[in-house]
Design a protein around this ligand. Sequence first.
Ligand code: SAH
Length: 201
Amino acid sequence: MVEQQLRARGISDSRVLQAMLEIPRHLFVPEAMKAQAYRDSALPIGEGQTISQPWMVARMCELLCLQGHERVLEIGTGCGYHTAILARLCARVYSIERIRNLHQQARQHLRSLHIGNVILQCADGCHGLPGFAPFDAIIVTAGGHYAPAWIEQLAEGGILLIPEGENGLHQLVSYRKKQGTLVRTTYEACSFVPLRSGVQS
Ligand code: SAH
């Protein structure tokens, strides 16, 4: 996976590659999907949601340019795979999932790997986590448009990364907060499950 899907296709951040080597992706997918865990695609994880394609996880992590000291907010924990990779790359990850069943699964997955620098919440991520702000990076792993709360909770110099768009047609976009303004940069087209509001118990 790391050599053929990531390095050969342009992922060069050595910390990202190392994290992708170390975190066992098969532990995050349902039993029936285990044989396909390292495939070059997204996979279903139940509740109509997916674990993102390995390349996309690596690409998003690389675009955040993490050095190790950052506090990162993730919107859309899913099964916790991307969360686990982020936990290797920064000081602390705060991750919000709106579907309780997935939130609980992610908690078990991260516990089984003894990953301790993660705080998980079951909530509507569109409100962010004001009690823990500001964040050096905010990563949204469901497609849509950014919520105003995320911009408020972004530290000066911080970066927000989101698959922007509708109906499964998205483009990776980053917003860098610089002296009160937002600098927008666009990257490749992609397709994510949609950002939704409210909590599903
Ligand atoms: N980070 C995961 C991606 C999971 S798919 C991975 O890399 O594998 C995206 C997740 O975002 C889904 O689990 C979905 O339920 C969740 N989601 C969608 N809208 C949300 C919201 N408003 N708040 C929190 N989570 C949300």
